[in-house]
Design a protein around this ligand. Structure first.
Ligand SMILES: Cc1ncc(COP(=O)(O)O)c(C=O)c1O
Length: 384
């Protein structure tokens, strides 16, 4: 069997054509492909505005900058995420607080968030960064209710969930990142994600003020809009009005993203099929302590099983050419966060989850044969 990774991009002939055409055009960067990608993505997600950036981490950083996070700003996020969801607060000098996860959904437990807020004086926290971990759409309606009560902003980390949704109290599908409940949402286009740009990211929002600020911060805080400038020396003139960065995406990455986006729904359908097959295969196995399962609206960036002897299984599967991954090492246990006062034992549900979790291969081009081989190897491991 050829090596089977846990995630993999799918580049089609159309993708190659789109990138080649852009490489032969007048604009490698700052050209028309950016706005095209932003428009198509906003439409797909159901958001009003979208801002393309160089990667998901840059997207998070611009969000915390736009919300004026600084020293003394306290923000809550999940420990079961990629470090960037927390790091973006630190980039601006803010303090990260982690609340424990729900053992069923592996996402922020809102009751734990509420308890954490209640443990501090009123006004202590400024915001929450919920993560649609693995592709599970967090109930942002509930988080918005909580946020309103405590005057908090919400940045939704939707890197794992383009096309995912949760069902709100009116039985309406709310697409992850649509901006109906969060102030801003962010996405990543790293190759293992649903849409691959190589590197790439997007911020979505319905807030016009935030949108304008994000545009400015993406390019050094520079504007060329004459109506916003303090002075105007001529056609060449631009003004740097804030301290921003170069977090731009290139046009050929955007062309790839737009082309990939056209197939995003096919990819989602296939991911959901793979998830359903996994669920059926594992649902009655005694060695399974938990699994992602079949969940309406799940976007299945990852399919997770929880097992005993996880390390031994991981090593066994590697010997069989199956390269699973572990998502994630709880962020609060990293030496950097321990140096800030966080410690092992703080978040028992997340830490217990980490001891047992394994992400199985999940990508649209995974074949039925490959998936069956993975399932058989896991079964073999526990029955030998
Ligand atoms: C949940 C989450 N947040 C943020 C990021 C950061 O995205 P990027 O790798 O594009 O910087 C990732 C991607 O690895 C992620 O999985």
């Amino acid at each position: 069997m050829n090596p089977i990774p846990y995630g993999k991009q799918f580049i089609s002939e159309d993708d190659l054509k789109a990138v080649a055409e852009t490489l032969q055009s007048d604009f490698l960067t700052q050209g028309p492909k950016i706005a095209e990608f932003e428009k198509a993505f906003a439409q797909y997600i159901g958001s009003k505005y979208a801002v393309a950036v160089s990667n998901g981490t840059a997207a998070l950083h611009l969000c915390t900058m736009a919300l004026e996070v600084n020293e003394g700003t306290n923000v809550i996020t999940s420990p079961i995420t990629f470090a960037a969801s927390a790091n973006c607060v630190r980039y601006c000098g803010g303090n990260v607080y982690f609340a424990d996860i729900d053992p069923q959904t592996y996402t922020l437990d809102i009751a734990k968030v509420e308890a954490l807020i209640a443990s501090k004086p009123a006004g202590f926290f400024s915001g929450i960064i919920p993560v649609d971990f693995a592709g599970f759409g967090v109930d942002l309606e509930a988080f918005r209710t909580l946020a309103k009560k405590h005057k908090l902003w919400i940045i939704e980390d939707a890197c794992h969930a383009p096309g995912g949704y949760f069902i709100d109290s009116n039985q309406t599908k709310q697409l992850c990142g649509n901006g109906n409940f969060a102030d801003m949402a962010i996405f990543s286009f790293h190759p293992v994600k649903h849409i691959a740009c190589g590197e790439g990211g997007m911020i979505t929002t319905k807030d016009e003020q935030l949108y304008k600020k994000l545009l400015l911060l993406r390019t050094h805080g520079i504007t060329k809009d004459a109506s916003l400038m303090h002075e105007n020396h001529g056609g060449w003139y631009y003004e740097m009005q804030e301290l921003g960065y170069n977090y731009r995406l290139t046009d050929f990455q955007a062309a790839l993203g737009t082309s990939q986006l056209k197939r995003a729904n096919d990819g989602l359908t296939r991911r959901r099929e793979i998830a359903a097959t996994n669920f059926e295969a594992f649902k009655s196995k005694s060695y399974i302590l938990g699994q992602s399962g079949v969940v309406d609206g799940h976007a299945y960036h990852l399919y997770i099983i929880q097992v005993e002897k996880r390390k031994e299984l991981y090593d066994y599967l590697r010997s069989k050419n199956i390269f699973c991954q572990v998502h994630y090492i709880p962020v609060h246990t990293f030496p950097y966060y321990q140096s800030l006062g966080h410690k092992k034992g703080d978040l028992p549900v997340a830490e217990n989850y980490y001891e047992h979790c394994l992400s199985l291969p999940m990508y649209p081009t995974l074949t039925n044969e490959e998936q069956q081989y993975v399932i058989n190897c896991i079964d073999e491991f526990y029955h030998n």
